[in-house]
Write a protein that binds this ligand. Sequence first.
Ligand code: ARG
Length: 572
Amino acid sequence: MDIKKILTEIIVSSVNDSSVTEELVQSLIAVPPDEKLGDFSLPCFKLIKGRNPKEVAESLKTAIEESEFKQFFSEIRVVGAYLNFYLNRMIISKTVIQEILIQRENYGRSEEGAGKKVIVEYSSPNIAKPFHIGHLCSTAIGNSLSRIYDFLGYDVVRINHIGDWGTQFGKLISAYKRWGDRETIEKDPINELLKIYVKFHSEAKEDPALEDEARQNFKLLEEGDPEVTALWKFFVEVSLKEFNRMYDLLDIHFDSFAGESFYSDKMPEIVDILGKKGLLEESDGAKVVRFEDKNMPPCIILKSDGSTIYATRDIAAALYRKRHYDFYKNIYVVGTPQALHFKQVFTVLKMMGFDWADDCEHVGFGYVRFPDRVLSTRNGDVVLLEDVLNESIAKTKEIITESGTASQIDNIDEAANTIGIGAVLFEFQKNGRERDIVFELSKMLDFEGESGPYVQYTYARGRSVLRKAFEMGISYKNVKLELLTDDQEYQIVKILMKLQSVVRDAASKNEPYIVTRYIIELCKAFNKFYNSTNVLKSDEDIRAARLCFIEAVTVCIKEALNLIGVGVVEKM
Ligand code: ARG
């Protein structure tokens, strides 16, 4: 149940004015700084212009009091131009906890996105190059956005736009023909392919003819030459095998792996449309689109040798996606350094006459910084995702093995996996995505800080009380949930109640950290309650109610963590 949503609906239908939309009302309903002013308050003077706000407040008060939802309010007060709402704690607690325990992992889900397709493109690593930490960032955020939109009922299409096309493949083919060895590569594909790619660059410095040969090879690839195509396929296959191992480890999946090569035969149409619209201009032998906005450099469509580039493929991909999926939204989760690229692509689409370009959105994220390491692929000095994950898993295992609870954990490796990976994913989604991330293992694994392990531990604590209660044979017949009215419990009920609106907010801003913050808020409040309340020693009636309450809290923690791709463990 989302009382804010219920209130919004009553207000919108009662005011009956086209300028008063649900979004407006949702944004106006606020939580007053002091509880004495109510659980929610609405500044009626901001609602409709030109009407006496006090009168508006009075008429809304009457509308709510005459609605079927009046039982949820203990009082509604008109104070000046404000309408203050006081909830009926007993009924709210009872309704919310009951709803969670009945709906379980479906609690808070909505159908508001039904029939609307949202494409979330994420991860998108490059063939024959390491899956680096920036790709993990995209993978983590994209996975969460997919889950968030799915939770709201949208029809989500998860696309991995693999970087499997471009002049670098010409270089790789040249390198392979010189120094490649199939067997060595099969054993450790990405590292070995990277090695010969790096060697190509250093050799080409001495011998510039290599670059021409590489260009020629890419041309052959674009023309479908069987020999180079077979080599290219081999690089793709061995790389994907490694990426898939990573996705399995992270439990992250895709509906489509249509990468850049998928659009190689769809580019002539783009060049054709641009040509017919008179948008292509010559520039040093290349064909480019220039923009009215003089601050935006032209977008190269065809290089001087006639081959297409990254941007052309993105333009073709967007058009294909519109035709094939008829998306409502087309989201690209890619680092902010590519912001200009996407701006160019979307602008070109608009100039081509595709108004749906406005439904395409680049969802960027900041740099990942390692206090003492740098990221780059040219010289082979990269921070690899797998190293980071393995380090985190190993460190977690160390921590739990040394802790007093190790003997209770059924499968330490499994727990270390869930906690270690969860810690990394959590860290990436703790702050607004455009902020840089400083990656420090010790902070990420701090069980007392705002970390993945901290919230997983909170969940496990709740589960452990429930297990103890079960062992004590506590009965749950005729539970009086309306007893859950003390301040701490009620604060938590209010947090549980807002799950859906938090998820909606996260979707509207494409910001998974809004869900992460929610989880931290819930866990902090729950730990405070847990530390000050001896649940198992409470009187029988309140004990049963509190156990149901704890169960509801654990359901919500698990559910919200699932939205950001993080798992839970029953014991830790
Ligand atoms: N493969 C690219 C990279 O690693 C990211 C692709 C982003 N997606 C896109 N549609 N351009 O930088």
